[in-house]
Design a protein around this ligand. Structure first.
Ligand code: MN3
Length: 200
């Protein structure tokens, strides 16, 4: 059973104008699809081809000889998680438990967004910024390249892709504007709430 590109949870133009159909057509249709295709080529005929995506990531993480498999498998997982963290008409401050826990951990929603932007902008080169649950506490982390927070120590709640391919067509070099817009217009807090509930 080959690994498959999961369907987008919305139409390619559903996040306009904050995140353009042109960006999604490349980011989902080319970049994400290529990670899936490459993972299938790298695992075909090996003991990895019938494992789940999570099992593949766990099996090859930290194995220098399997770095290409890890990179492509992790990028498939990260992108699917990223797409689900956005929705049409999203953004704004979260309510309920997520809102309360963000205020408790970071002071306010605005302070949370500033801290998240700092982590995203501070990630030199390509990578990801994440909201995670770590030791029962909300925490912001960033990871390089394809790496992700490793459960069970750190459970991912939300991510923003800060590879240039994620934002260059819409925001050029302005990574802080991309992250600010993600939180103002795109973030799907129901996804975060569901991940938080599942992480306990
Ligand atoms: Mn990407």
């Amino acid at each position: 059973m080959a690994f498959e590109l999961p369907p987008l949870p919305y139409a390619e133009d559903a996040l306009e104008p904050a995140y353009s159909a042109r960006t999604i057509s490349f980011h989902y249709g080319k970049h994400h699809r290529t990670y899936v295709d490459t993972l299938n080529k790298l695992t075909a005929g090996t003991e990895l081809e019938n494992k789940t995506l999570e099992e593949v990531i766990g099996a090859v993480a930290g194995d220098a000889a399997k770095m290409p498999v890890f990179n492509n498998a992790a990028q498939v997982w990260n992108h699917t998680f990223f797409w689900n963290g956005m929705k049409p008409g999203g953004g704004g401050a979260p309510t309920g438990e997520v809102g309360e826990r963000i205020a408790a951990a970071f002071g306010s929603h605005e302070q949370f967004v500033e801290a998240f932007k700092a982590a995203a902008v501070g990630r030199f080169g390509s990578g990801w910024a994440w909201l995670v649950l770590s030791g029962g506490q909300l925490e912001i982390v960033s990871t390089p390249n394809a790496e992700m927070p490793v459960p069970p120590a750190k459970k991912a709640l939300l991510t923003v892709d800060v590879w240039e391919h994620a934002y260059y067509l819409d925001y050029q070099n302005r990574r802080p504007d991309w992250v600010q817009t993600f939180f103002d217009k795109l973030v799907n807090w129901e996804f975060v709430a569901a991940n938080l509930a599942a992480a306990r």
